[in-house]
Ligand binder design. Structure first.
Ligand code: 5GP
Length: 189
């Protein structure tokens, strides 16, 4: 999506060959007008899938997931990151490694917000190795809800996450694909 590519070129910083800093438009400051356009684009790409809920992981997935849910006219559920995992019979939990923080966190979704009647669209900001996505996909599967697909703002296609999820037969739509961050240069696919 050209709009997002232009903004990334103008406002993102390459930290190293693996990490792109997107604090100016996604991870720290958020441009609501941009997010609204991105949400409409996800809604357009998944409009045939009878989505009943949009789901994401807190916190940086929330703005794009919110505008997607608004465009589709459905609720947004965000998985919460828990610091301690006290057994909760009403929660679906998964432990996921964090790409940027180098720690593991537990994510949880209350069973009451995901049911067998739901057709769920998972939206996230960036995909790298796919650990966050795999954790949330497991939660969706255990809830009995149907995963309609995955929408990602920025896919780093030189890392394996999105590819391995597509290989499971899941529809993954990325608005922008970055094939390399080598030598401080952002290369789009
Ligand atoms: P994964 O679980 O796919 O390895 O990593 C996904 C999560 O890590 C994303 O939700 C995102 O918040 C964070 N992340 C991964 N790569 C990057 C990156 O290059 N830049 C930033 N800012 N966050 C990233």
């Amino acid at each position: 999506m050209e709009l997002l590519k232009e903004r990334i070129l103008r406002e993102a910083t390459v930290i190293n060959n693996d990490v792109l800093k997107l604090d100016a438009l996604i991870n720290h400051q958020v441009d609501p007008m941009l997010m609204q356009e991105l949400g409409k684009e996800f809604a357009r790409r998944f409009k045939e899938h009878s989505i009943t809920k949009v789901i994401t992981v807190e916190s940086s997935g929330i703005p794009a997931a919110f505008t997607t849910a608004l465009a589709l006219g459905v609720p947004l559920v965000f998985a919460r990151r828990k610091k301690t995992l006290i057994a909760d019979p009403d929660a679906l939990c998964e432990r996921v490694p964090s790409f940027t923080k180098g720690i593991v966190t537990d994510i949880m979704v209350s069973r009451q917000f995901l049911t067998e009647e739901d057709s769920v669209l998972f939206i996230d900001d960036i995909i790298a190795n796919g650990d966050a996505a795999r954790g949330l996909i497991k939660i969706i599967e255990r809830s009995g809800a149907k995963l309609a697909g995955v929408g990602i703002l920025v896919e780093k296609s030189f890392q394996a996450g999105a590819r391995t999820i597509r290989e499971q037969g899941i529809k993954v739509e990325s608005l922008v694909k970055i094939s390399s961050l080598e030598d401080g240069k952002i290369t789009f696919e």
